[in-house]
Design a protein around this ligand. Structure first.
Ligand code: GBH
Length: 482
């Protein structure tokens, strides 16, 4: 049964990074402005069947033109950092080769305007919007993507690196690999849930590592920044204390988080439980080798330790049980032999996958510390949606209060969390859910052309928390908007 945990009234370390986050396709608009190339999402979202409200990100929050409105919102939050992503096709329209100077200039203006008001950029190189020109050559299924991604990363370090101290190579490999090329329910919509999923995951890890090593060798000595990758992890609790369910919960965590994190932050290789499950099933299914690719000895050296920090997107938790799945189904989901579901006693957001489970924040952070050699961790996303966009957003105030407090408890446990980015700065284009799921600290009326950003109660709550750098005993604890 879910119960509120008492808040810990204490402060964050004085140099803690407070941020809000967005991504290019979800906010920028300007989909074909000034020489931008097409990305796979420009193509995918052109089909109204792919979006619940038939909308697209063609205009979105129009941040390509209205970025000053975003910066004003950030200033009113008092945050030290802004996490945004670069649209690859905006700066390199074909993904490699030819550059698009107006696209480069846009990010230079944005970065300069942020720095002018003492907000540091935290830049994601890849938040899912692959240039279509690269998808035409196989996209993330083509092993050459490691070369392409390194070229793009070097280009960004060269153009923007003097002003960027935090780089996130890839946002949520799981979504790209399993949803983009596995179930195929998001761009590019390629179907291969038990095969392509693992191949794409493999190529993402290698591409990330190449981008990391390029920075380490050629840029870090002069630019002094840090490079990491962002992994999405849900917390999984066993549904009861039976050993098989305890094992199932750990297996769920390893398949979701360990898949990407164990090669990079751990042993240089996939988790044993993944190698064993996918290997055994592949053999039973008649494959002559495991559907999970293997790293060569050189690749292990390339990959292991290829990050200066661990980016974590944490939203929610599930209950888990062991469940032996049908061997005839070739699917990353089925390979795990688990079932998982939301605890019905937890508060539900407007998204079926997202219940309010602040306790999972602390548990996930401790799990990462214990499994992956105590890395520096930055929470690169955490947040909750509703459908109304109401500025009186008590539920979101509650979510942030308790999740951030749970993170504070993890810090007191000894987990090295150095920053936190709320998802999201503004209501924006929520992928397949269009504008129907609103995550913003600021609301936007998408019926208007000015698309002004209006602070919600959660924005005022977050601003106070940031200003106090933590939780003060005199802070209203009854969810009263400040
Ligand atoms: C983040 O991913 C994204 O980084 C961000 O762009 C997005 O706006 C934000 O979530 C809010 O959705 O429908 O059962 O298949 C969070 C991790 C992974 C959570 C995919 C939802 C789909 C579950 N997401 N998952 S399901």
């Amino acid at each position: 049964i879910y119960v509120d945990e008492p808040l810990l009234y204490d402060n964050f370390p004085s140099d803690f990074m407070w941020a809000a986050a967005t991504s290019a396709y979800q906010i920028e608009g300007g989909w074909d402005a000034d020489g931008k190339g097409l990305s796979i999402y420009d193509i995918w979202m052109n089909d109204p069947n792919h979006v619940s409200d038939g909308s697209s990100g063609k205009v979105a929050c129009n941040s390509y033109y209205f970025y000053q409105k975003d910066i004003e919102a950030l200033q009113s939050l008092g945050v030290s950092h802004y996490r945004f992503s670069i649209s690859w096709a905006r700066v390199l329209p074909d993904g490699i080769g030819r550059i698009n100077q107006p696209g480069i200039d846009y990010y230079k203006r944005l970065i300069a305007a942020l720095k002018a008001v003492n907000i540091e950029p935290m830049v994601t190189l890849y938040h899912w919007d692959l240039p279509q020109a690269l998808e035409s050559m196989g996209g993330w299924l083509n092993p050459n993507i490691a070369d392409w991604f390194e070229e793009y990363a070097r280009f960004c370090y060269t153009e923007f690196g003097n002003d960027v101290k935090y780089w996130i190579t890839v946002n949520e490999p799981w979504v790209i690999a399993y949803q983009g090329y596995g179930s195929g329910n998001t761009a590019p919509g390629t179907y291969g849930p038990g095969t392509y999923t693992y191949q794409v995951g493999h190529h993402i890890i290698l591409a990330h590592a190449r981008a990391y090593r390029a920075y380490e060798t050629s840029f870090k000595p002069t630019q002094n920044g840090k490079v990491g990758i962002t992994v999405n992890i849900n917390w999984y609790d066993p549904k009861d204390d039976q050993l098989e369910n305890i094992d199932a919960a750990e297996r769920a965590l390893q398949f979701l988080g360990g898949w990407i994190a164990n090669p990079i932050y751990g042993t240089g290789d996939y988790p044993d439980v993944m190698k064993q499950k996918v290997g055994d099933k592949s053999a039973q299914q008649g494959f002559n080798q495991s559907r999970l690719p293997e790293f060569t000895a050189e690749q292990k050296v390339l990959v292991q330790g290829s990050a200066d920090f661990f980016g974590l997107n944490y939203y929610t938790s599930y209950l888990t049980a062991n469940k032996i799945q049908d061997i005839s189904i070739i699917d990353y989901g089925y390979d795990q032999d688990i079932e998982s579901y939301s605890d019905p006693t937890c508060y539900q957001s407007s998204f079926d996958w997202l219940t309010i489970t602040p306790f999972g924040m602390r548990k996930t952070l401790n799990w990462i510390k214990d499994r992956f050699n105590d890395p520096e961790i930055i929470i690169t996303e955490n947040g909750i949606s509703d459908r109304s966009g109401n500025v009186d957003d008590m539920m979101r105030v509650y979510y942030y209060k308790h999740n951030i407090n749970s993170m504070l408890k993890a810090i007191k446990d000894g987990v090295r969390v150095t920053g936190y980015a709320a998802w999201s700065l503004i209501d924006n284009f929520e992928w397949g859910n269009g504008f129907t799921q609103k995550f913003g600290l600021f609301s936007i009326n998408f019926e208007t052309t000015d698309l002004n950003r209006t602070a919600k109660a959660s924005a005022r709550y977050y601003a106070k928390l940031v200003k106090d750098n933590g939780f003060t005993a005199d802070q209203p604890c009854n969810n009263t908007p400040i």
